[in-house]
Design a protein around this ligand. Structure first.
Ligand SMILES: [Zn+2]
Length: 254
C-alpha cells in the first residue's frame, strides 16, 4: 500500500471513530443522552445475570437481587465510574453528589437490568464489580444502554481508570468524559458556573435579592437546592450585615 493511501485510510478511521450519533433516549420519563454507536458495546457481553435493583446507595453503587440467588441482596460497585460521594460517613456531601445519586435512583430504582462482569469479580469491600445494562426500545428492537457509561456521558461522574477494565470500554468511557466536559454537561457545567461571575455583579451599588433559610448560615441564589425547605428573600447587603456567608454550591453574588 502506498504511504498516501495508508494515511488517508488512517484519517478515515480517526474520523469514523469520532463520528458519534447522539440520541436523546426517554428512560421511563427521564431524558438522557447516549450515542447510537455505544449500543454495540453490548455485543461483547458473553455472560450476564438478570437482576432487579433493590435500591441505589449513591451514583456508582447499587444493591440488587440476581434472580439466581433469589432474595439475596448484594451490593454492586459500577466499574469505571466515579461519582461524587453522598453518603460517606466521615466526609461532607461532595458537590454534585446528590445530583449523581438522584440520576441513578431515577433510572435504576426497582428496574430489571442485566449485570455483566470483568476480570475482577469483587473489590476490596467484597462488593460485586459490574456493568449494568438497561433495556431500551430503539428502532423497533430491544437494545441495552450501559448505565456506567451513561452516567459519564451525561456528566454525573468521571471515568474511573485507576483499576483496569475492558480496554475497549475504558477508551469509550474516556471518550464520553471528554464529550461531557467539552459540552459542560452535569458536573462539568456546574464547575464552569462557579468560576464565572456575571459582569453586572461587579458594578458598584449592585444589591440583588438573595435568599436565606430558617436554619442555615449561608445565603443563596434563587433555585439553589438548599432552598427546598425554606426560602426567605432579602437584599444582599442585608444578608451580609446579618452575618450570612455565600453558599459554595450556587455561588451567589458577594
Ligand atoms: Zn446555595
Amino acid at each position: 500500500m502506498k504511504k498516501a493511501t495508508a494515511i488517508a485510510l488512517l484519517l478515515l478511521l480517526v474520523i469514523v471513530s469520532f463520528a458519534l450519533t447522539p440520541l436523546e433516549l426517554d428512560l421511563d420519563g427521564t431524558k438522557v443522552l447516549y450515542f447510537a454507536e455505544y449500543f454495540d458495546l453490548y455485543n461483547e457481553v458473553t455472560a450476564f445475570d438478570e437482576a432487579e435493583i433493590a435500591w441505589v446507595t449513591d451514583g456508582d453503587t447499587v444493591n440488587l437481587i440476581r434472580s439466581k440467588t433469589l432474595k439475596l441482596i448484594e451490593p454492586v460497585r459500577l466499574i469505571g465510574l466515579d461519582t461524587p460521594e453522598t453518603v460517606h460517613p466521615s466526609k461532607p456531601v461532595e458537590e454534585f453528589g446528590r445530583e449523581a445519586s438522584d440520576f441513578a435512583k431515577n433510572l435504576l430504582n426497582e428496574k430489571n437490568v442485566r449485570l455483566s462482569y470483568d476480570w475482577d469479580p469483587r473489590d476490596r469491600y467484597n462488593r460485586i464489580l459490574g456493568y449494568l445494562w438497561l433495556p431500551v426500545e430503539y428502532s423497533g428492537e430491544t437494545r441495552y444502554v450501559l448505565f456506567n457509561l451513561l452516567a459519564i456521558i451525561n456528566g454525573y461522574g468521571h471515568a474511573y481508570t485507576s483499576f483496569s477494565f475492558n480496554e475497549n470500554y475504558m477508551q469509550t468511557f474516556l471518550e464520553a468524559e471528554t464529550y461531557a466536559r467539552d459540552n459542560s454537561l452535569g458536573l462539568w457545567g456546574l464547575q464552569e458556573a462557579i468560576i464565572e461571575t456575571p459582569v453586572e455583579e461587579t458594578k458598584p451599588g449592585y444589591d440583588p435579592t438573595v435568599f436565606i433559610t430558617n436554619t442555615g448560615t449561608k445565603y443563596h441564589r434563587e433555585g439553589c437546592r438548599y432552598l427546598k425547605d425554606s426560602k426567605i428573600a432579602l437584599r444582599l447587603s442585608e444578608a451580609k450585615r446579618r452575618g450570612y456567608t455565600p453558599c459554595s454550591v450556587c455561588n451567589p453574588p458577594k
